[in-house]
Design a protein around this ligand. Structure first.
Ligand code: ZN
Ligand code: ZN
Length: 776
């Protein structure tokens, strides 16, 4: 059936274009040919006709005859049920904008409008016609792409977003060179073997081929989401905290062939790549394949956000393309919101607030894409793989169209935000500096100092853990040695088996007791020996010579006993931190005040406060409200390490820390302006260029292929509508107080008079649009 449609496709495309642009005429030698009518059921939006007569020319495909009448058959040969293009296009547009609106719902609506009882096969028939309709549209898109020289398979990825990719001569070089985000999502699942009879392969714009992903299956040592390097994992939490809070339902994985999708997108939201995640578990191969693809197309200095950016950096450094990644200077970033759940050391290295060049970008784009693409979930689970990709593609292509239309809005809003931030934060920082005239408020170097400090203490806990264990084992050894000593004092041990000869006067009871005592001593000796081995083993790990064995009189021994008590306190801090982070996570997901966390947080807080007072020096006693803000500032790490006299450093002062955040925000806001100046210029150049180009090619093709030319004109008018809006908003940016970028020079075309008139026409159209917008 599918191959029968494929064979007809070229004729269907031609017939459709003829019908659409009302260029359909009877074939020239029509008079010589036999004409006859055949009858079909014709389904429109509001009415249906059970006996619609379709004239068919000699040798003409039935579906071509139908298309000439604005209809498409549900089967390739001898069609009986046909659907109007209006009806198909209406569903096409509905589906693009409301991905959860399925064919079944649509056909039921049609049945109600036509007064017909719904039958399940209506859905299948509509689905078949809809597939063919979309195939025709794609074939036309291919021709358009060819005419505009956009038919290179990587064209979309190279020119995905005019604000990101339409580089202009002489523009400042920014490092990083682009800001992107990537993430996986488990919602877009697909059932194993669903629709297995459908072997068609959907030609996708976004998908990274499975083979390109599987290249990296052996690279992966740990699951993505767990920190790749042991050091990172040991310091408690980071990515793991999020992972635990958003744990994947493991049972679900077995049922679905595909467990979701892995996307990358630019900061304006335009989707770059998509990879299907399979149930094979090597989750890190998707980010690796994505990064590999992005490097190969976009080159050096990219910054890519991921909620596991920190652990992924370690995976990248050890993977098969490590060298390429290093040479390309890829900077991984942890998304701004997710970053709050990572530990402080990670934030200072990977949070966009502290990364030069990232502007005010939050790298959360994928979260936004997923919150919209989740609408497709219910409909794509049980369809064939072809439809799975087709529906995702429909959703994404509409998403991209919308994001293109919002580009200038994005730039305008970000510009306003950055200008506002610069003025308020500059004023606040100046005022704060004036208040602390005698302090050296060097916020920038504090962050570096804090990072260096955290790195230094990071290795300590591991050593400390070992030392605590060592002291514990030494205590055990002392106890065992005491036990052995006391068993040797046992009277019965002075006897042995030979003592019990008849006439020695020793009883059977004594004999048994002696045996027992010997066994007990052997046991005690054995325990001492194995405990000694354990101690020796630890001494080897700690680099302590057996001759220098620690004794309870030594200062370090006493310190470790104290530290062991301090560990209880650290555990209390960690428990509190976990609960607060979980609460934060729930808030982000549900956007609700989650009361369920209040009680556990309060209990943990009580435990913490009790222990805090017992510490020397005593640690700050915290209030409930205070604790909730701690997670966002990374202050829990300070509490944990406060035994290192860290509270005396300027950067541990809470007020200073809040001002430091404002300071870094200010730096990023200045960079945001640099970004926007480049992006504004690129978008301006693109819209100036695009419509002119389409118009020119449409004019060139008018004689040679009028149908394609008509399609290009249609595209021209569509794009012009959007680009006029862009032009208006760009003008708002140029008029902003604080705009520091290039303003376009209004060029008067020096061509023939016709062109001048046309330019004026465009100008008039812009003015009209301007007035319309102002009136709205
Ligand atoms: Zn972009
Ligand atoms: Zn991290």
């Amino acid at each position: 059936m599918h191959s029968a449609w494929d064979a007809q496709l070229p004729s269907l495309v031609d017939a459709y274009l003829l019908w659409k642009h009302r260029l359909a005429t009877a074939p020239e030698e029509s008079q010589a040919r036999v004409e006859h009518d055949f009858h079909v059921t014709c389904v429109g939006v509001f009415d249906s006709d059970p006996r619609f007569a379709v004239p068919q020319w000699h040798d003409e495909l039935a579906n071509v005859s139908l298309i000439c009448n604005g209809l498409l058959g549900c089967t390739p040969t001898s069609p009986e049920l046909t659907i109007t293009f209006q009806c198909l296009e209406l569903y096409h547009q509905l589906r693009r904008r409301q991905s959860s609106f399925g064919i079944q719902a649509y056909t039921k609506v049609l049945c109600v409008l036509h007064g017909v009882t719904y039958r399940p096969h209506f859905r299948d028939q509509f689905s078949m016609a809809f597939d063919v309709y979309l195939t025709i549209l794609r074939a036309i898109q291919c021709c358009i792409n060819q005419a505009l020289c956009r038919d290179n398979p990587n064209w979309h990825l190279q020119h995905y977003c005019p604000a990101c990719a339409f580089k202009q001569p002489g523009e400042p070089v920014l490092v990083p060179s682009s800001l992107k985000a990537m993430d996986g999502n488990n919602s877009a699942k697909w059932m194993d073997h669903a629709g297995h009879a459908d072997h068609r392969v959907f030609p996708s714009t976004y998908m990274i081929p499975r083979a390109d992903v599987d290249r990296f299956k052996d690279d992966v040592r740990t699951r993505a989401g767990q920190c790749g390097n042991a050091e990172h994992r040991d310091d408690g939490g980071c990515a793991d905290t999020w992972q635990a809070a958003s744990a994947v339902d493991e049972d679900a994985v077995k049922v679905f062939e595909q467990t979701g999708i892995f996307l990358s997108a630019c900061r304006h939201g335009i989707i770059l790549t998509c990879a299907e995640m399979l149930c094979s578990g090597e989750l890190a191969k998707y980010p690796l394949a994505t990064i590999n693809k992005l490097i190969s197309v976009h080159g050096n200095d990219q910054a890519i956000g991921s909620d596991i950016g920190c652990s992924l950096s370690a995976t990248l450094a050890a993977c098969s393309i490590a060298q390429t990644v290093r040479a390309a200077n890829v900077q991984l970033v942890v998304n701004a919101f997710h970053g709050h759940a990572h530990n402080r050391m990670c934030q200072l290295q990977y949070h966009p607030l502290y990364l030069p060049g990232t502007g005010l970008e939050d790298f959360e784009t994928c979260e936004r894409v997923f919150s919209s693409s989740n609408a497709t979930v219910a409909l794509i689970r049980h369809v064939s793989h072809y439809h799975y990709v087709q529906y995702l593609e429909l959703h994404f292509s509409q998403w991209d169209t919308d994001k293109y239309a919002e580009l200038s809005c994005f730039l305008l809003n970000n510009y306003k935000q950055a200008v506002r931030l610069i003025s308020t934060n500059t004023a606040e920082l100046d005022a704060y500096r004036a208040l602390h005239l005698h302090e050296n408020l060097d916020f920038g170097s504090w962050a570096a100092e804090e990072l260096a400090y955290l790195k230094a203490v990071e290795s300590e806990p591991k050593q400390d853990t070992l030392r605590v264990t060592y002291v514990d084992e030494l205590e055990k050894l002392a106890k065992l040695q005491n036990a052995l000593q006391s068993s040797q004092d046992d009277n019965f041990l002075s006897y042995n088996q030979l003592s019990f000869t008849p006439g020695s006067g020793l009883s059977h009871v004594a004999s048994a007791a002696t045996k027992q005592s010997h066994a007990a001593r052997r046991g005690a000796e054995h325990r001492v020996r194995s405990q000694q081995d354990r101690v020796k083993d630890l001494e080897e790990q700690l680099g302590i010579e057996p001759t220098d064995r620690w004794t309870p009189e030594m200062r370090k021994y006493v310190e470790m006993c104290e530290y062991s008590r301090h560990r209880q306190f650290i555990c209390a801090v960690e428990e509190l931190e976990n609960l607060v982070v979980q609460r934060l996570f729930k808030l982000s997901k549900a956007n609700l005040a989650s009361t369920g966390y209040k009680l556990p947080v309060q209990h943990a807080l009580e435990r913490y406060n009790k222990l805090a007072m017992k510490q020397s020096p005593p640690r700050p006693v915290l209030q409930y409200n205070e604790v909730l803000s701690y997670a966002t500032l990374g202050d829990f790490d300070l509490l944990k390490h406060s035994r290192h006299e860290v509270l005396a450093r300027p950067w541990s002062n809470t007020m200073h820390r809040q001002m430091a955040v404002k300071y870094f925000k200010l730096l990023r806001a200045h960079e945001e302006i640099n970004w926007l100046n480049v992006e504004v210029r690129q978008l301006q150049a693109w819209i100036d260029n695009e419509t002119t180009e389409i118009k020119q090619i449409a004019a060139e093709l008018s004689a040679q292929s009028p149908l394609l030319s008509a399609e290009l004109w249609a595209l021209f008018y569509r794009q012009q509508c959007v680009n006029i809006q862009h032009q208006l908003r760009l003008q708002c940016i140029y008029d902003l107080e604080g705009y520091s970028g290039v303003r376009p020079v209004i060029e008067h075309e020096r061509g023939g008079e016709d062109e001048d008139e046309e330019a004026e026409g465009d100008e008039a159209q812009r003015l009209d649009a301007c007035i319309n917008v102002m009136l709205c």
